[in-house]
Design a protein. Structure first.
Length: 246
């Protein structure tokens, strides 16, 4: 709207006023960021073996559709004598058995902060983590050892993604005390499919990640902006996905 930039100085300037094009760019970037959060949410759903709607509801459960049972490994991190390395091997073997001819370069596990804390403080893991944290401190790597702690053949990463919906409800992408393991370096196990927008000129074209359009209001009293994104993140082999718990 004109009142959004009427009499407003441009950022970093003392004598130049804000322009319509700059305001449009600001709005489009804000809308683009929201699409990015939604895509991250949907991709996390794919790592759990589900296809989610934007509001978090489940459209399809891939385990039900494929007729398989979800693999869950209880790491029993509340028991001091648990052989955590053996739990890791159980995860690795399950992933390898369910690749079904696919290749993989490793296994990564995105975990909640509570799971990560329980893991690194376990009696059979703590000394390895302390060495890891010291190495990160010496070599740099952002100086944050939570970004990738390799133990037992699995790289554990603390994941804190969340989003707040229009009603103000905050959803964590990974629940407390849980984590989700998946193979990395695969060729065709994971894919994000993109559908074209519902515009006349985009029919029968290859889909793009984000579409953006604008048109002036009646009597040129403002500019209407429209963005849309139609992604479908998929895991074609949900058997390789492993849920871990404390």
């Amino acid at each position: 709207m004109p009142e959004e930039y009427q009499g407003v100085r441009a950022f970093g300037s003392e004598n130049q006023m804000q322009t319509l094009s700059k305001m449009v760019n600001n709005h489009q970037q804000a809308m683009r960021n929201k699409h990015g959060i939604t895509l991250e949410h949907l991709r996390m759903g794919a790592l759990k073996g589900t296809i989610l709607d934007a509001d978090g509801s489940v459209i399809y459960n891939l385990y039900t559709e494929f007729g398989i049972t979800q693999k869950t490994v209880d790491f029993a991190l509340d028991v001091t004598t648990t052989d955590v390395a053996a739990k890791c091997r159980e995860v690795l073997r399950h992933v390898e058995d369910n690749l079904l001819g696919e290749v993989a370069s490793g296994v990564r596990c995105l975990v909640s902060p509570t799971f990560f804390d329980a893991l690194i403080s376990h009696d059979n893991v703590e000394k390895f983590y302390l060495n890891h944290a010291k190495a990160v401190e010496l070599t740099g790597n952002g100086n944050d050892p939570r970004k990738g702690f390799a133990f037992g053949g699995i790289t554990f990463v603390e994941y804190r993604g969340f989003a707040t919906d229009a009603a103000g409800t905050t959803r964590k992408f990974i629940a407390d005390n849980e984590g989700h393991c998946f193979p990395t370096g695969t060729m065709n196990t994971f894919e994000t499919l993109l559908a074209p927008a519902d515009f006349l000129e985009t029919a029968n074209t290859i889909g793009r990640e984000v579409y953006s359009k604008m048109e002036p209001r009646k009597f040129n009293r403002g500019m209407d902006l429209h963005t849309q994104s139609n992604p479908l993140p998929m895991c074609y082999r949900p058997g390789v996905l492993v849920k871990v718990t404390i």
